[in-house]
Design a protein around this ligand. Structure first.
Ligand code: FCB
Length: 479
């Protein structure tokens, strides 16, 4: 038995997103989002389910926040629904939409829970989609306008604003694989969307800096996976490298190095023309907080299954799987070490000697000054969790031992990375409550809190109490 203790001030939290929990899809002047459209289109979501009502957090937020407080959860990462604030995507502000997040933030603060606000968790206003959506450059500028409005209203009380959640998923699963809204299958559109979402991060960061009522930490949350070749063959190794470039480096390089792998690929250039305009990459490099969402690794082989990139994902036999992914805790350590090695070393001071900062507003990394250490962005795990087919036992308890084991093994890998020199500053569990899991509907339960989808009654699972203990002790006992 050994106690793993986390550094003082380590940030423990839980995460959720607007479309997945709020419901109230057409209330109080909210505009339609691409997820409303997508979920209302037959055949897109398992069992024809939608987020129309979801778990009704829009009306039950007070109870939900109180439950979080009871568990001693100190930090909550939530997202704002853009179409609640700007039903037309830009222009006229919907006061009732802003008022909801005002009430939510006040309730969190009343319970001493720190809000981490995310501006975009995939619910683009449908009107902007009708004008071309993320593959259109103009959308990035509308996003900055939206960021400005939310910052003006909430930054007196919110000290951390994350621009995007998983830009790769929004771009590629939404525009190339077609499993998420808006559901197109066009690689060129996906690459354009990817660049414009990152550009919008930079434009929004400028807007947030300009409008913030206090020094606000600006973050972004990325889905990142170690990519392993299925075999040691040259073809499979190259397949893994392609996937690493198109999934991981496509978001990490612009944010942390000011370069983009898009420029390396002739095909990408052919499909997108001059998507990256002069000055764009400098704008994107604005970051105080790098959020890492980790669920699994990707094992890839060369194949024509996914066209153009010529890869196929394989699932090695004999390993453990959840309802969605392979369970692979070591991947979290590997990923953190890789991010640290490839993007954070040499230290910013070495880089300063090599290349002086571009502007006085910048830090040695070329990043704007924020609350991060010496201008270096902080790293946090902003999502990690596992779907488990939970249910109530006869005594009303939910014994989700698999989730507890998953969390224990993954949190231990975060601790290991810290021991190995990566200053990880926080860990957020996905998710607070069971909720709408996108194309999979309500079939996959990720919560620390169980939700009965008929009555919407909430029950804290064993994992919720276990996580509460980890938070209270700032660590855990492992075998
Ligand atoms: C992530 C998403 C989140 C949730 C989890 C399971 O990709 O950010 O909304 O769906 O996966």
């Amino acid at each position: 038995m050994q106690k793993l203790t986390f550094p003082k001030n380590f940030v423990w939290g839980v995460a959720a997103s607007a479309y997945q929990i709020e419901g109230a899809w057409n209330e109080d002047g909210k505009g339609q989002s691409i997820w409303d459209t997508f979920s209302h289109t037959p055949g897109k979501i398992a069992n024809g389910e939608t987020g129309d009502v979801s778990i009704d957090h829009y009306h039950r937020y007070k109870d939900d926040v109180a439950r979080m407080a009871e568990l001693g959860i100190p930090t909550y990462r939530f997202s704002v629904a853009w179409p609640r604030i700007l039903p037309e995507g830009s222009g006229k502000v919907n006061a009732k939409g802003l008022a909801f997040y005002d009430r939510l933030v006040d309730t969190l603060l009343k319970h001493k829970i720190e809000p981490y606000l995310c501006l975009f968790h995939w619910d683009l206003p449908q009107v902007l989609q009708d004008k071309g959506g993320w593959p259109e450059r103009a959308t990035a500028y509308h996003f900055a306008e939206y960021a400005h409005i939310v910052t003006a209203r909430l930054s007196d009380r919110v000290g951390v604003i994350m621009t995007h959640n998983e830009p790769w998923v929004a771009a590629f699963v939404g525009h190339f694989l077609g499993d998420h809204a808006p559901g197109s299958k066009d690689l060129g559109a996906a690459i354009k969307a990817q660049h414009h979402i990152l550009l919008s991060h930079g434009l929004a960061a400028e807007a947030i800096r300009a409008e913030a009522r206090q020094p606000v930490k600006i973050g972004i949350t990325l889905n990142l996976n170690p990519v392993h070749p299925a075999t040691d063959s040259k073809k499979d190794r190259e397949a893994a490298q392609r996937v690493d470039a198109i999934m991981n480096r496509i978001v990490l390089d612009p944010l942390l190095k000011g370069t983009s792998p898009i420029e390396e690929f002739a095909l990408a250039k052919l499909l997108t023309g001059k998507v990256i305009q002069p000055g764009d990459l400098e704008k994107i490099r604005m970051l105080d907080l790098l959020g890492v969402n980790y669920y699994s690794r990707a094992v890839m082989k060369h194949s024509s299954k996914i066209p153009v990139v010529n890869v196929e994902q394989v699932h090695p036999a004999g390993n453990e799987y959840s309802g969605m992914w392979e369970i692979y805790p070591e991947g979290l350590h590997e990923l953190l070490m890789r991010i640290w090695k490839d993007y954070f070393t040499p230290s910013p001071f070495d880089r300063l000697r090599a290349a002086p900062p571009a502007s006085s507003r910048s830090t040695p990394l070329g990043l704007p000054k924020g609350k991060g250490e010496g201008g270096m962005p902080e790293i946090m795990i902003t999502e990690n969790g596992v779907p488990v087919p939970d249910g109530l036992d006869f005594d009303g308890r939910i014994r989700d031992e698999r989730r507890i084991r998953y969390l224990q093994n993954h949190i231990a890998q975060v601790h290991r990375a810290i021991q190995d020199g990566v200053p990880v500053k926080g860990y957020f569990h996905w998710s607070l409550m069971d909720n709408f899991e996108w194309a999979l509907g309500y079939g996959q339960r990720f919560g620390l809190v169980y939700v009965d989808y008929k009555t919407l009654k909430r029950t804290v699972k064993d994992s919720g109490r276990w996580f509460a203990k980890v938070i209270a002790e700032n660590g855990m006992i492992v075998e």
